[in-house]
Design a protein around this ligand. Structure first.
Ligand SMILES: Cc1cc2nc3c(=O)[nH]c(=O)nc-3n(C[C@H](O)[C@H](O)[C@H](O)COP(=O)(O)OP(=O)(O)OC[C@H]3O[C@@H](n4cnc5c(N)ncnc54)[C@H](O)[C@@H]3O)c2cc1C
Length: 619
């Protein structure tokens, strides 16, 4: 009898890899009606953001580096924002494991999403250029799976599924001339960003000795002169560790991963030895609490898609009709040798002037029409990847890809057919906006929205926050030149703001000329998208956030009442809200008017609502 049990599974969309890209792709696809299987080879979700690696998620807002507050709401929305807000409230202690749990619960909450943890995709069957099945193994239970799907989404980072299927991919750095990229090297090479192991240390109330193992490397102050490490004691940063503990970019980061892990352990413990025993670093009472055994991998393969995103697209913010997400992080390159290159700074961050589009075509294989990808393996040059690779952007791309995958399944189309189909792209982009993703400059003009036919009034409003703003079809402020966010976005606050001079409650009312029977109401609240918000083990970074409590701009308590034939009745009553997007099904009785009354915020002296939508009965 063979030990291994064989299982045949099927779904609409198979997502391989459960990092931030994979989680958001899977959740988006299932919420848009597809049946989904998510295979993650580790016991936890989150990839480099998980408790196994512990990087904090950054994104298009460049960690708050985009200038003045009002027009800089570049933080990703949608599924990632939902996760961030929940994590902020449920995880005030900043536990990495609690973040794992939140991602796990997000997947487990979706009845049509099958989560296979500890399950590694190991192969793919292709017939007539299309992937028909993937194979996966769960060693811990001696199970093998054959998974049939209509769309396959590779979010493994390393691209294992697509490579098994024969998809084309690139590695290393392109020559400057190939895509006319000024930041690329003269000649192509196979160098890449290295991998890292983070450490986290804790301060004790007495001296904590450290003896390095004999195989740890030795570092002098001169070796680390360009790598800040409790230098001058200011801002020790020992509670988070050092991302610049990096090595392996001159090797094949997949095939040599075990070698790289061993070397990174020797480097990590050597750096710690230097901090503890190599002169005064103010770390006498500090001791190592945790360090990873799983290298965080920055770069390996990048697929070749229907389009390859380049430095010029990133720097010039090329508009794409098939945009499904946006980026904005620096072009953040590192010396491939990592700590072996002490004469070079550990990173070079080229500022990206504006937010930029990420087209669907960069996420669809050029050869295998039902293969999509999201995350660090999308179709981009090395230089463009150096910006798209951050996890906020990976998550936004994941939501875009998952939404497009579900649409393709619903319409009986192949992913490769979507980008050239204007009606399909329109529908996908509208769905993304409906789900609070942001697409640069794109206005959500929902023909099915009953709010558009209503007369809108408010108990009070500010000059730059009239009630009509809840219908502008944009829900954030990202306009402006001069290094802010996007010249394509319409200026304005894009939210109703009640008069702070008049105490709450504040009210907004929609009245229809003829009774309507909406199926539901969708609200978008202000959650302070101009601020940084991410789980981080770094104390100084966390101090820049409002962490462990709700964002003050967000409406906390509200009621929604409906009027029929002159009579008002309660439709919805919410207390303790901290989320940005709230959806409330209604009881499908005819309504002449609806009023939304804000009785409390989470701190601000005024009510703010960015969007109000009413779904038609058929929605
Ligand atoms: C040290 C370091 C520091 C960084 N700093 C930051 C930072 O501060 N902020 C930031 O946002 N980004 C940062 N990055 C970049 C970022 O972490 C990566 O680009 C990002 O994690 C890519 O996301 P992803 O979802 O594509 O892949 P990953 O996070 O790598 O997730 C992919 C997942 O797929 C799984 N997988 C792989 N193969 C298979 C398979 N065959 N079957 C099933 N599952 C599989 C992996 O185990 C993994 O969990 C850093 C990266 C590193 C390494």
């Amino acid at each position: 009898m063979p030990l291994t049990d064989e299982h045949d599974l099927s779904c609409d969309v198979l997502v391989a890899g459960g990092g931030m890209a994979g989680v958001c792709a899977a959740v988006a696809a299932v919420r848009n009606g597809a049946t989904v299987i998510l295979c993650q080879d580790r016991p936890v979700l989150g990839g480099n953001a998980s408790s196994e690696v512990r990087m904090h998620i950054v994104g298009a807002d460049a960690s708050g580096g985009r200038g003045t507050p009002l027009a800089t709401e570049a933080r990703e929305g949608g599924i990632l924002e939902e996760i961030r807000l929940e994590n902020c409230i449920r995880n005030p202690q900043r536990s990495p494991s609690m973040f794992d749990l939140i991602l796990y619960e997000k997947c487990r909450a979706e009845p049509k999403l099958t989560l296979l943890l500890n399950t590694c995709i190991t192969g793919a069957n292709v017939a007539g250029r299309r992937i028909t099945r993937a194979t996966a193994e769960r060693q811990s239970t001696e199970d093998r799976f054959t998974i049939a799907a209509r769309v396959f989404v590779d979010c493994t980072g390393d691209g294992r599924l697509g490579v098994e299927a024969g998809a084309r991919w690139r590695e290393g750095r392109e020559a400057r001339g190939e895509f006319h990229e000024s930041l690329a090297p003269d000649t192509a090479d196979n160098r890449r960003l290295g991998s890292s192991i983070l450490f986290q240390a804790r301060r004790h109330d007495r001296p904590m000795p450290f003896e390095a193992p004999p195989w740890a490397h030795r570092f002098t102050e001169d070796d680390l002169r360009l790598r800040p490490h409790a230098t001058g004691h200011a801002d020790l940063g020992l509670e988070f560790g050092y991302w610049w503990v990096e090595w392996g970019g001159k090797l094949d980061t997949i095939k040599k991963n075990e070698t790289i892990r061993d070397e990174l352990l020797a480097i990590t413990l050597g750096v710690w030895d230097h901090i503890k025993n190599g002169g005064d670093h103010g770390a006498e009472n500090w001791a190592l609490e945790w360090f990873g055994f799983l290298p965080g991998k920055r770069e390996s393969r990048r697929f070749v898609g229907q389009y390859t995103l380049t430095q010029n697209d990133v720097m010039e913010s090329t508009p794409f009709n098939d945009a499904i997400a946006y980026g904005g992080w620096f072009i953040d390159t590192h010396p491939p040798g990592g700590v072996d290159e002490p004469d070079r700074p550990p990173c070079t961050q080229e500022r990206v002037p504006r937010l930029y589009d990420i087209p669907l075509r960069a996420c669809v294989s050029d050869e295998i029409p039902n293969l999509m990808f999201a995350g660090r393996n999308i179709s981009a040059t090395h230089v463009a990847f150096a910006s798209t690779r951050v996890m906020g952007t990976c998550a936004a791309v994941g939501q875009g890809v998952g939404t497009a995958a579900a649409y393709a399944v619903r319409q009986g189309l192949l992913p490769a057919e979507l980008a050239s189909n204007p009606a399909a792209m329109h529908a996908i982009q509208d769905q993304l906006l409906r789900d609070d993703a942001y697409l640069i400059g794109r206005t959500f003009d929902d023909p099915d929205d009953l709010a558009r036919t209503a007369l809108l009034t408010a108990s009070s409003q500010q000059a730059d926050g009239p009630a009509s703003n809840v219908l502008t079809g944009q829900t954030r402020s990202v306009h402006g030149a001069g290094g802010v966010a996007s010249e394509r976005a319409t200026p304005g606050s894009h939210r109703w703001m009640s008069d702070p001079g008049r105490p709450l409650p504040a009210r907004i009312e929609l009245r229809w000329p003829e009774p309507v029977t909406p199926a539901g109401i969708r609200l978008i609240f202000d959650t302070g998208l101009h601020r940084v918000l991410t789980l981080s083990q770094a104390d100084d970074y966390t101090r820049r956030m409002i962490w462990g409590r709700s964002q003050p701009e967000t409406v906390r308590d509200y009621t929604i009442e409906g009027q029929s034939q002159g009579e008002w009745r309660d439709l919805v009553r919410v207390e303790g809200n901290y989320q940005r997007r709230r959806v409330h099904p209604l009881d499908r009785r005819p309504l002449d008017a609806v009023r939304i009354t804000v009785t409390a915020t989470n701190g601000l002296d005024q009510a703010r609502i960015c969007e109000v939508r009413f779904d038609k009965e058929t929605a």
